[in-house]
Design a protein around this ligand. Structure first.
Ligand code: 8YV
Length: 325
């Protein structure tokens, strides 16, 4: 059988193209002298896309450029930039890479939490700038005595909560549904959770349903001693309200791995002494990104060999079942 033509429309982990080449013809038009022409030439034959969560959208118009398309394999667990409903309407299956990054993102979240509270980057800067001989680093806030609330309780949320158990702090959460298998306190709204928390950790999917879930009223409920950690998506937090709260002192500190307009970070945040800012590195270790790349390949390979696709997203579940029937 002829090898399927697969398209990687923007740069992604090199492991993906290398492994796909074993069973497919891989096109990477961004490497060509004239990327637009290279893309146009191959578009009618493309049966699968491998896309990076953060490198552009796959909307209805994009899907329509590929009349032979069968599958979109998205690199990452969040796939809000892929219009999975529009894909399903065109009989195109969408997959993501859940599970393989949960523990890594949870590790990073605990690191960011401790860095924000104990001001680890600021203390490092104090030493490097030669300021230690001038005087001791100021005393920092602490995780001790704080109640931690998680907004979101999927795979990564659970991995964060498991780690927090070892830190001997009360844990509560808000998600769309109460999880009967979890003993943590459940709150029916973000505001109720914020009122009952001293630290709020955002770990919900992005997209329209969670846009500005953490707004000015939630930040107010968190209070002037409150700390916000966002490892979800920048869109989940009203960034202007966050900046206003930090500047007014109605919120103590923030640890942010994600931003509204990545890779651009507002100067009000980079200038703020009680923010710890990371360039969206939740899953960005060598080992975990390799595992995510392998997952992208596994989904495409399964599809084109007629095996069950391991990671269809919710919108694609019916299509995946039908393909196996
Ligand atoms: C990556 C992520 O930054 O999985 C996600 O949803 O946000 C991250 O793991 C992203 O996948 C890079 O494409």
């Amino acid at each position: 059988m002829a090898k399927p033509d697969l398209l990687i429309p923007a740069p992604m982990h090199p492991r993906v193209a290398a492994a796909l080449a074993a069973f497919a013809t891989v096109h990477q038009p961004w490497q060509a002298d004239d990327p637009a022409a290279a893309l146009a030439a191959v578009a009618p034959r493309v049966r699968g896309l491998a896309v990076s969560t953060l490198a552009g959208t796959v909307d209805a118009a994009m899907l329509d450029r590929f009349p032979a398309l069968e599958i979109v394999a998205s690199f990452g667990v969040g796939y809000e930039r892929v219009d999975a409903a529009a894909a399903a309407a065109r009989d195109v299956i969408v997959t993501n890479t859940p599970g393989v990054l949960d523990e890594e993102v949870a590790d990073l979240t605990l690191g960011l939490l401790l860095a924000t509270l104990r001001q680890i980057p600021q203390a490092d800067h104090h030493v490097r700038a030669g300021r230690w001989p001038e005087g001791a680093f100021p005393l920092s806030p602490s995780l001790r005595g704080r109640r931690v609330g998680l907004i979101g309780m999927g795979g990564i949320g659970r991995a964060i909560a498991r780690r927090l158990e070892g830190f001997a702090v009360p844990i509560a959460y808000h998600s769309r549904h109460r999880r009967d298998d979890l003993a943590y306190a459940y709150h029916a709204s973000p505001i109720a959770l914020a009122e009952a928390s001293d630290v709020l950790i955002a770990i919900v999917p992005g997209g329209a349903a969670t846009r500005h879930l953490i707004d000015a009223s939630v930040l107010r409920a968190l209070g002037p001693a409150g700390v916000l950690i966002n490892v979800a998506r920048g869109s989940v937090v009203d960034e202007a309200a966050l900046i206003a709260a930090l500047e007014a002192g109605t919120l103590l500190a923030a640890g942010l791995d994600v931003f509204a307009d990545e890779p651009h970070v507002p100067a009000a945040l980079t200038a703020h002494p009680r923010c710890v800012l990371l360039p969206h590195i939740g899953s960005a270790s060598e080992v975990t990104r390799a595992a995510m790349a392998d997952r992208v390949v596994a989904n495409l390979e399964a599809w084109f060999t007629g095996a069950p696709v391991p990671d269809p997203v919710a919108e694609a579940a019916a299509l995946a079942r039908r393909a196996q029937a």
